[in-house]
Design a binder for this molecule. Structure first.
Ligand SMILES: NC(=O)c1ccc[n+]([C@@H]2O[C@H](COP(=O)([O-])OP(=O)(O)OC[C@H]3O[C@@H](n4cnc5c(N)ncnc54)[C@H](O)[C@@H]3O)[C@@H](O)[C@H]2O)c1
Length: 323
């Protein structure tokens, strides 16, 4: 399927991953509606699209079922990105996370089903692997969940599978592994590691690493997540429906190595500030030690080939900040 002139709804489209997806969809000449309550997303992330006649913004909340019903009117396919991210936030405020990530998800899925919309692509998370000690992580080998956030993402996958089976919906779940890139918010207590590190290394501030910094992650450039969404929105592969797929690079980096890479890159742009220091704090509850994805099925079923490497993504990201 080609997305030209297709009406795509992107929930959470004012957020980091959503706004990068909106840009790619508009480049493909899709008609894009963003549905977002701006809880963590920013209108500034959408400013560049305001003049585009294919672009529409709806300020609304996925916890409100009627608002979801209105948002899906006239829509052909959905990419559901809206959620409250962050494991620590979910430990501190589980009710909020549940209301948005679980009830809000069901609202969107059910509104889509009622409107006869079949294709429903959604953001899951590598957190559903929990404490499983297998590397790389393969769909179907999940361990004990470690946070309320992970519970909500696992619930999303269960609901999507049930709606695929009961109602013939074409759901595809994408388990993102630590995504980074342009438009990711570096500020706030729940900010992700990479934008926070970049910000602090540029401004000569202290970086606090939880634990020894040797924990590893399969850091994924945002354009890989965008590509996985577009492949999932357009695939004809029936066996992908009701399924979930790892979205990652298939390579791992420790936090210490990531900081080193950022330092080298910033130096080459003349943006590194020597005053920053690194200190180690206690490990964070709910965090896993190592996280590497097996992307074999994502390649085979969705055609997710040649993901952008960590290094290429990092250099692209920093270039976009300084050019
Ligand atoms: N960034 C990552 O590394 C990562 C990893 C795994 C999974 N994910 C998932 O990917 C998706 C996008 O994450 P992101 O990093 O772009 O986060 P983000 O916070 O930048 O984007 C989430 C968007 O959802 C919107 N939103 C929140 N609550 C809402 C509500 N009640 N109604 C309507 N909109 C609401 C926010 O305003 C924001 O624009 C989320 O589902 C997240 O759980 C992200």
């Amino acid at each position: 399927m080609n997305l030209k002139d297709i009406n795509v709804l992107v929930t959470g489209g004012a957020g980091f991953i959503g706004s990068n997806l909106v840009e790619a969809l508009l480049n493909l000449e899709a008609n894009v509606t963003v549905f977002d309550n701006l809880e963590t997303g920013k209108i500034a992330n959408l400013q560049e699209f305001e003049e585009n006649e294919r672009f529409t913004f709806i300020n609304g909340d996925i916890r409100d079922f009627d608002a979801c019903v209105n948002a899906v009117k006239g829509i052909d396919v959905i990419s559901h990105q809206a959620a409250l991210g962050s494991v620590p936030r979910s430990i501190e405020f589980p009710h909020n996370t549940h209301a948005v990530n679980a009830t809000g998800f069901l609202n969107m899925l059910h509104a889509a089903k009622e409107a006869g919309i079949k294709r429903f692509v959604y953001a899951s998370s590598s957190s559903v692997y929990g404490d499983i000690n297998i590397s790389p992580k393969v769909v179907g080998t999940e361990g004990n969940l470690l946070s309320p956030y992970a519970v909500t993402k696992q619930l999303n996958e269960q609901y999507a599978k049930v709606y695929a089976r009961l109602h013939g919906m074409e759901t595809v779940g994408l388990r993102y592994f630590n995504v980074f890139g342009p438009k990711q918010d570096p500020h706030g207590v729940y900010a992700a590691a990479i934008p926070k590190f970049i910000d602090k290394l540029m401004n000569g501030e202290e970086i606090i690493i939880n634990g020894d910094g040797e924990q590893t992650r399969d850091f994924t450039y945002v354009l890989n997540a965008v590509k996985a969404n577009i492949l999932s929105l357009t695939t004809d592969n029936q066996s992908a429906f009701g399924g979930v797929y790892n979205v990652a690079c298939g390579e791992y980096y420790s936090l210490n190595k990531v900081i080193n890479e950022i330092q080298q890159n910033l130096k080459s742009f003349g943006k590194f500030n020597n005053n920053s220091t690194i200190v180690h704090g206690p490990e964070r509850p709910g965090d896993v030690r190592d996280s590497l994805a097996d992307i074999t099925n994502t390649k085979a079923d969705l055609g997710y080939v040649n993901p952008i490497s960590f290094n290429a993504g990092m250099s692209d990201y920093l270039k976009s900040m300084f050019s």
